[in-house]
Design a binder for this molecule. Sequence first.
Ligand SMILES: CC(C)(COP(=O)(O)OP(=O)(O)OC[C@H]1O[C@@H](n2cnc3c(N)ncnc32)[C@H](O)[C@@H]1OP(=O)(O)O)[C@@H](O)C(=O)NCCC(=O)NCCS
Length: 159
Amino acid sequence: MIKLWMAPAGLHIEPGRIADAKELARIHAQGFYRGWPVGEFESFLADDSTPVYVACDPKRRIAGFALIRIAADESELLTIAVDPKWRGKKIGQALLKATFADLLTTPARKMFLEVSEENAAAIKLYGREGFATISSRKGYYPKADGSAATALVMARDLG
Ligand SMILES: CC(C)(COP(=O)(O)OP(=O)(O)OC[C@H]1O[C@@H](n2cnc3c(N)ncnc32)[C@H](O)[C@@H]1OP(=O)(O)O)[C@@H](O)C(=O)NCCC(=O)NCCS
């Protein structure tokens, strides 16, 4: 089955491939204080329980991606990142909508995520896409200045 979803700015969304690992690590490192190694992305990309969705142009240049984990009737957004030069164009929104649509073909009926309470752009996006805060974890995200930010745990029903 070919999986393809429309995205803004002439992009589309499709499943990630092992060969994308290096580019995903590069985009991820631009969005987070602590990056993940390329090998970690290769492992996720090789595992059916951690699907990756990439937003790319017709030449398959990647603008952003979402990575989820599926476990029985639950799923978790492990990470989402959009290249800084592509942000604010609703690509993050399109990536989330693609995951929701694809998860309808799985047993997952709920999606969870964690986000720093200081990440206003992501919290706005998640709120707009139906996520609600269900709890919080103090001191969860280490910061460059040695302090740590609180994580909000958010959840959303899937169809
Ligand atoms: C979070 C992220 C994926 C959003 O991607 P995006 O393609 O820019 O998302 P969208 O354009 O769909 O929506 C972003 C929303 O945040 C808003 N926004 C952007 N910067 C903001 C800021 N500093 N404060 C508040 N809102 C902000 C945008 O206006 C937009 O809302 P709107 O459509 O109502 O105007 C992207 O900012 C990113 O990669 N950040 C770094 C990694 C990250 O934080 N990931 C989430 C971790 S849980």
